[in-house]
Design a binder for this molecule. Structure first.
Ligand code: ATP
Ligand code: SF4
Ligand code: MG
Length: 315
């Protein structure tokens, strides 16, 4: 499959303070492929997504590296350019409470596909039905507060589909939902991926979600990518001590694995006081003198499996 997204040495910082939020992140994505982005809170998952979608918040800027999108992918949308769409963790607060669902979807359909009037209304109904919302005609007149969190997330997904995206970025799309809704939204994303052939970047704290949806996974720590691998390989043979510890924290309800989750000692350092060398060294049981001297370069430890560690865990 052709590569549709190529991120090289991405640097995102707060120019006012020179604090680097993302530092030298590189990854690529093929058409139809899904990347799962994991890591502790504050490690830069959302900022990576915002940078890719060109939606960085005010006061934060991309100051280095490159993001190439669209090479080899089919064009779509009114502009004729390939598109990226994004859905967020909290759908209800992401929707404007003063606009109806119909207004929200129809404006997106005009923006991306040039549809208006009856054509936009028919397509909005079709999109709502596609994401599993029944009685679509009357629902278009509803406001976000009249919908549940799960329904609003479906509306967000329908809104994203209006752009006919080649890449959908889903930043913790199920975190605010109960488990039943989570399962339904994950199933919907799976179906849409198969149907449309779009690529997906999914951010989640839940490695189960990543395991279910992603082809490959990337682990972030303090703004750096520390391990990238095919998802099954990463879960079975994590090479970076942090990735291994993160997987060790994952609770299991498997009857044969009643080991309690093992917490990672210490806490994530603040971005304005990162330790010298490998940022994980104060918390790492494998750390040696070189670990606290210079940040390790990324190297291959298997097929499409890379890690930035001086002493990766052996397979
Ligand atoms: N507006 C801002 N100004 C300055 N720093 C910010 C701003 N927003 C976020 N940050 C910092 O950027 C870093 C990365 O934040 P980001 O939201 O990408 O983390 P995350 O991995 O998505 O975390 P979470 O899992 O909690 O969503 C954090 O350390 C955060 O404190
Ligand atoms: S480089 Fe050293 S401190 Fe960092 S994760 Fe690897 S072994 Fe641990
Ligand atoms: Mg986030």
């Amino acid at each position: 499959m052709p590569t549709i997204l190529n991120v090289r040495d991405l640097v995102v910082e707060v120019p006012a303070t020179k604090i680097k939020i993302i530092d030298g992140v590189s990854f690529s994505l093929e058409a139809g492929q899904t990347l799962g982005l994991v890591g502790e809170s504050g490690c830069g998952k959302s900022m990576t997504c915002y940078a890719v979608a060109n939606m960085l918040p005010r006061g934060i800027a991309k100051t280095g590296g490159s993001i190439e999108f669209g090479e080899g992918s089919a064009v779509s949308g009114k502009s004729g350019k390939p598109t990226i769409a994004m859905i967020f963790q909290d759908p209800t607060s992401s929707l404007n409470p003063v606009h109806t669902i119909g207004y929200y979807l129809e404006s997106a359909l005009y923006r991306h596909q040039g549809l208006r009037g009856k054509d936009a209304r028919m397509e909005a109904m079709r999109l709502l039905e596609r994401v599993g919302i029944d009685r679509a005609n009357s629902r278009l007149r509803s406001y976000p507060h009249q919908f549940s969190g799960g329904m609003n997330q479906r509306v967000m997904i329908a809104h994203a589909l209006a752009a006919k995206p080649q890449l959908l970025i889903a930043d913790e799309p199920t975190t605010a939902l109960d488990v039943t809704m989570q399962a339904q939204i994950l199933h919907l994303l799976e179906e849409l991926k198969d149907e449309t052939g779009m690529a997906l970047i999914i951010v989640s704290h839940d490695l189960g979600v990543i395991a279910r949806l992603a082809d490959k996974a990337a682990v972030m720590y303090c703004g750096k990518l520390v391990e990238t691998a095919p998802v099954a390989e990463l879960l079975a043979r994590p090479a970076h001590p942090y990735a291994r510890a993160l997987i060790g924290c994952m609770p299991s309800i498997d009857a044969e694995e009643l080991e309690p989750p093992v917490p990672i000692p210490g806490s994530v350092p603040l971005l304005d006081s990162l330790p010298k060398g490998c940022y994980f060294h104060p918390r790492c049981s494998r750390a040696s003198a070189e670990c606290s001297a210079l940040f390790p370069k990324s190297s291959n430890v298997g097929l499409a499996h890379e890690t930035a560690c001086y002493h990766p865990v052996a397979a």
